[in-house]
Design a protein around this ligand. Structure first.
Ligand code: PLP
Length: 367
């Protein structure tokens, strides 16, 4: 199979990830719940991952909270920042993992920057909306549909200038574009462990600079007589047993990426997306391409997107078609009615995948 759906989850993981997961399953008990060897080893595995993540994202280990996925982290962050009626500014490319929690909380949402790949328009409209008065902002780093890299550093600077707290959704950038919690000054940055970070599914990370409200209440192995959740992070947000095998795998993946260098991975993936976009254009398709594009490309096949993707699946090529849980992004790009076919490259990406895609498309035409 040629796997081009890394925007959903990365299928290829370095061998060290599988080893770390199975070692943890064989040797790790519940971390922080006992003084015996298997519990202490488990706590050490979890802390080592926290430290590696903190180094990668330039923050303190205590600011690293393990979640089940990116959606989980975004829900905690959004519920901590937004109250019913809060005025929240978002980009025109947000995923439902941002929009649905905002709607559920009754936030007053202002959408800005709907023009694809246009940083000037984004920054002009974002500044105007923030100046008009906002209680918070939430924006994605990279659009999961179009690979559009948003000007998050500039957006962060605008929020800081006007004292507006903000959350970054790093679902499509963590592990492929360097990020610093300290430099950006975000209240929260949420990310999955299972996409660009190459960890197992069931893992996610919430980086916390602001004080969060717990989403789950329960045991933490600390301060057990208190009726409240501990104030200290990460315990405040990690009620119940954490996903130790997943975190062990994530820790190994982060160590692998740190050695490979996030920049090098990004350069390779972005180059593949560019070449792939050019090939699709040469084949006569409408391709959403532009400056500031990461490793994801969407195109219009000129027929039903889902059927086209099924045709590719029959040729052994895995892609995603439809709205990609991001109707707002499709509305912004004018593709809400049709959806798009999305290709997203991963850390194992190579030019042979693009050649195979080209052959697969010709194969559909012959079917
Ligand atoms: N945000 C964006 C931009 C995404 O692309 C995704 C998943 O595709 C999410 C949030 C949710 O991530 P998860 O599936 O880890 O909850």
């Amino acid at each position: 199979m040629i796997y081009l759906d890394n925007g959903a989850t990365s299928l290829w993981k370095p061998a060290c990830v599988y080893r770390a997961v199975s070692k943890a399953m064989l040797t790790c008990a519940n971390p922080g719940r006992g003084g015996y060897d298997a519990a202490a080893r488990s706590a050490e595995v979890v802390y080592r991952c926290r430290e590696r993540v903190a180094t990668m994202f330039d923050c303190e280990p205590e600011q690293v909270v393990f979640t089940a996925n990116c959606t989980h982290g975004l829900n905690i962050a959004i519920r901590s920042m937004v109250k019913p009626g809060s005025r929240v500014v978002v980009s025109g490319f947000e995923h439902n993992a941002v929009m649905r929690p905002l709607y559920a909380l009754g936030a007053k949402v202002t959408v800005v920057g709907r023009k694809l790949f246009d940083w000037d328009a984004m920054l002009t409209e974002f500044t105007r909306a923030i100046k008009q008065g906002a209680d918070g902002a939430v924006f994605t780093h990279v659009s999961n549909v179009f690979g559009y890299i948003l000007p998050v550093e500039e957006m962060a600077a605008i929020c800081k200038e006007y004292g507006v707290p903000f959350i970054i959704d790093a679902a499509q950038s963590a592990g492929t574009i360097p990020l610093s919690l300290k430099k950006l000054g975000a209240g929260f940055i949420a990310m999955p462990g299972h996409k660009g970070l190459l960890g197992p599914q069931g893992t996610g990370i919430l980086l916390c600079a602001d004080t969060p409200q717990p989403l789950l209440y329960g045991g933490t192995g600390t301060d057990s007589v208190s009726r409240d959740m501990p104030l200290a992070l990460p315990e405040r947000l990690e009620a119940g047993t954490v996903n130790v095998p997943g975190i062990a795998g994530l820790g190994a993946a982060v160590a692998y990426l740190a050695k490979e260098s996030v920049d090098a991975v990004a350069r390779r993936e972005h180059a593949l997306a560019k070449v792939c976009g050019e090939m699709l254009e040469d084949m006569g398709f409408f391709v959403f391409r532009g400056a500031h594009q990461a490793s994801t490309v969407s195109f219009l096949p000129g027929e039903n997107c889902e059927e086209f993707a099924l045709g590719l699946a029959r040729q052994g090529i895995a892609v995603r078609a439809g709205l990609h849980c991001a109707p707002l992004a499709h509305e912004s790009a004018g593709t809400l009615e049709t959806g798009t076919v999305r290709l997203s490259f991963g850390a194992d990406g190579n030019f042979r995948q693009i050649e195979a895609l080209g052959r697969g498309i010709l194969g559909i035409k012959r079917e």
